[in-house]
Each structure stands twice: as C-alpha cells, then as structure tokens.
Design a protein. Structure first.
Length: 349
C-alpha cells in the first residue's frame, strides 16, 4: 500500500503538468489549436487571407492563453509562428508554430476572364481561371493567358466535373500552330495581352518561364504537400511541385522542394514520396510527398535563371506551386493529349 501511495504521489505532478494549457488561440486562427502536452508543442492553423492582406506569421497576435492554476509563462503578446518558437511555462520549455493553406486550392471555384487573343483580333472569354473573380489576393494562374493569342478556345487548363459532382483542374497538353502547350496551373501571374510576335519569340527561344512572375508571399515551413491527382501521360511525364523560397534581395533562393514527376500516377520510388493511395470514386489517387530542405531534389531540373540553392535554415518569403501535364512544357515540349487532373492541394505540417 505504501508503495502504491508513493507511485501515486509521483504521478500527480506529471498529470498536472500534462494538463498545463486550458485554452489557446491567436487572432485569425482556424479551428482549435493542437496542443501536445507530451511533446510540449502548440500548432495553430490560420487564414492566409487576413483582412485582405496576407497573414503575418512573424507577428501573430495572441488572443487567448489560459493555463491550469494560472501558472506563469513567457509567451509574448506577439509571437513568431514561422518556425518552432520557444517559450517557458512554469519553468518548462515549450514550442509554438503556425501555418496556413493557399486559398481556393481545392480547385472547386473558377471564374471567367477576358484575355487578349491575337488571331481573334480581340478578347477571348476564358473560364479556366481558378478562384473567384473578386478575390482579395490572387493566388492561382495558368498558361491560358498565353494560349489565348492563338485564338483557340481549346484551353490547356480547364475545370472538369467529377463523379461526385465536385470540380477539379484538368491540365491537357495541346498542340496549336505547330507548338506544344502544356496544361499548367501555378502560383503567380502569367503575362497578359501579349502580341503573337512576343509569344513566338519565347517559343523560338525555347523557354516560356520568363512569361511568368513566379510565386506568392509565404512564411510557413510545412513538412510536405498532399494532393489528389490522376495522370494519363501517354509516355510523357507530369510535374507536381512546390518550392519554398527566400526572395530577399531579389534573388530566388530555393530553401525546400517537394517534387513528383513520373510517367504514371503511382510511382512510389521518387524521392520524398510518403504515400500514394489507390484511386478513389473519382479515379484520383492521393499523393503525399515531403519537402527536401537545403539541397536540390534528386528528381529536379537544373535551377532556373536567377535562382540559387539556399540552406535549410533560411526564412521562407515565397512559395511556388506548379502542376503541368508535360514536365518540359516550359520548353514547349511534350506529348499531345497527356492529361493531369488535380484537386484538393494542401500543405502538410
């Protein structure tokens, strides 16, 4: 009996410590904070779009923080959620971190946009644009803006209705005027209202990356990405990629890369792949692949002009997410009718 009493007395402090935090939140938070009393960590998910601006993860405002028996803590009113930030609760070290998702990354919301078409001698209405027309912050774009110069409405990137009634992005490699146009979807902005001569110059040069302003602001440090997809490559290779960058000083420093490129949608041998599921009722597999920090991905192409390899500990300022039905589509190469379908993209924390 005496031994049991001693054991109970020893367990009581551990139990009280395990229940240290009663309530925690920051302004702009989504759902409840994930509090891990064993690991002494707090993770919070917040809205990317915060009062028509991008959420400042580097100075999140603490809204509620109550502890059991009001034990003291050192967490300030403004906390840096970009990476694991240390603080003290009643003499014990804790860590806190946050993250967010890019708006409209389920690819279920689309809008129509008037795009200049060269061959049509006027503007072409394209409905292959992800997100609402009146979005506070524009995240997603596609190569349809460049494709419009041909006058064709057979858009490489367009919405498709799935078996369950929801929508996804369908990316198809087309051939127009003798030139390959890969279906693509990316974070950033494609050049608008180009003349056919301008587009032709890029095609002759053999590199379409200069047509795009790449990436959107981003401060989080996820461990990976997850997306539902299907690929019918016809011997071509797709690209599913996310790059975490530090663009301080105007130089694109690649800090972390998550990359899947294969001729099929079930190649589990690629570096970083955590899992690829069996097809769901929509015929889509779920891919999860992790970020490789601080070095080039073994499956990656050479770094583009103006980019250098960063180190793993650099702060993140921007993110690029790229989907393409043809891996070498930016060089106007690919297999006609190769098709990549994507839905429900998210970062894994």
């Amino acid at each position: 009996m005496k031994q049991k009493l001693i054991l109970l007395l020893l367990l009581i402090p551990a139990f009280l410590s395990a229940q240290t935090i009663k309530d925690f939140s920051v302004k702009g938070q989504i759902g409840n904070a994930k509090v891990d009393h064993k690991a002494k960590r707090i993770f919070v998910m917040v809205n990317y779009d915060h009062h028509k601006k991008i959420y400042p993860l580097h100075k999140a405002e603490v809204e509620k923080f109550t502890t059991e028996n009001n034990v003291p803590h050192t967490l300030p009113k403004e906390v840096d959620l970009r990476t694991w930030t240390k603080f003290i609760i009643d003499g014990e070290e804790w860590q806190i971190k946050g993250g967010y998702q890019l708006p409209h990354s389920d690819f279920g919301t689309w809008h129509e946009e008037a795009i200049q078409g060269f061959a049509t001698m006027g503007k072409v209405m394209c409905d292959g644009m992800v997100g609402p027309a009146n979005a506070n912050i524009r995240i997603w774009d596609s190569g349809n803006a460049a494709f419009s110069t041909s006058g064709s409405k057979n858009w490489p990137t367009q919405k498709v209705k799935l078996n369950d009634g929801t929508y996804a992005a369908e990316l198809t490699t087309r051939r127009v005027m003798g030139t390959i146009a890969s279906g693509n979807l990316f974070t950033g902005r494609m050049e608008r209202n180009m003349s056919f001569r301008q587009l032709l110059a890029f095609a002759i040069k053999g590199d379409g990356k200069d047509l795009i302003t790449w990436g959107v602001p981003f401060e989080a440090r996820p461990v990976g990405i997850r997306v539902k997809f299907k690929y019918e490559g016809l011997t071509d290779s797709c690209t599913i990629m996310s790059i975490l960058e530090n663009n301080t000083g105007g130089v694109r420093r690649f800090v972390g890369v998550a990359w899947y490129s294969a001729t099929t949608d079930n190649d589990k041998s690629k570096e970083g792949v955590v899992s690829i599921s069996e097809p769901d009722k929509n015929g889509l597999r779920t891919l999860e692949t992790r970020f490789i920090y601080g070095r080039p991905h073994t499956n990656a192409d050479p770094l583009p002009k103006g980019a250098v390899q960063g180190n793993a500990n650099e702060l993140i300022t921007h993110v690029n997410v790229v989907f393409a039905s043809s891996r070498r589509g930016d060089f106007f190469e690919g297999k006609k009718d190769a098709k990549l379908t994507v839905k429900d993209f998210e970062f894994v924390y």
